[in-house]
Write a protein that binds this ligand. Structure first.
Ligand code: AMP
Length: 171
């Protein structure tokens, strides 16, 4: 895994002073790394009951849609405010840097569906906590939240509580 970790670029003081940003674009542009990451992550869910994959804007769309394709499932989107064209439900949450609101289409999840959440980085866990609340409010169940990378020193898993989480790479 160390070779994959080395493919992620650290950008200091982005987007604000004091933040060490994990830039995954350097991993994504490398065909064998991207392929390996998606294969390993998808393999974890092949024998699990997943109905649909949810990608969180924006880098979660890349991981989420690749996983959905591999698992032969559909993909749904959680987006920043004002981007989704149909009626939405929204949730606000705290970020490692600031706060934000996310939206989902009202009909994205059918009651009873088992949802796999996908995102690039688990930082403080606030985003996925909020997305998980949305999923539950809509009658869905979270199978797991899957991340390419986890910043373990931020203790995001504490905020996730009983939401199962998996990360391929830990920093
Ligand atoms: P959080 O809610 O704190 O877990 O933040 C997760 C979201 O913010 C993910 O969608 C990440 O893309 C992004 N994010 C937060 N901190 C970082 C970081 N240090 N490097 C890269 N992405 C980050």
């Amino acid at each position: 895994m160390d070779d994959l970790k080395k493919k992620i670029r650290d950008i200091q003081d982005f987007p604000k002073p004091g933040i060490g940003f994990k830039d995954i674009t350097t991993l994504l542009r490398d065909a064998s790394s991207f392929n390996r990451v998606v294969d390993i992550m998808a393999h974890r869910y092949i024998d699990q009951h997943v109905d649909i994959v949810l990608g969180i804007e924006a880098r979660g769309f890349i991981i989420g849609s690749a996983l959905a394709y591999k698992l032969n499932k559909g993909v749904i989107l959680v987006r920043k405010p004002g981007k989704l064209p149909y009626k939405t439900r929204s949730v606000s949450y705290a970020l490692e840097y600031g706060s934000d609101t996310l939206e989902i289409h009202l009909d994205a999840i059918e009651p009873g569906q088992r949802v796999l959440i996908a995102d690039d980085v688990l930082a403080t866990g606030g985003t996925v906590r909020a997305v998980s609340d949305l999923i539950k409010e809509m009658g869905g169940t979270v199978v797991e939240a899957a991340f390419l990378a986890e910043l373990t020193f931020l203790n995001g898993r504490e905020k996730l509580g009983d939401i199962p989480a998996y990360s391929l790479l830990q920093f």
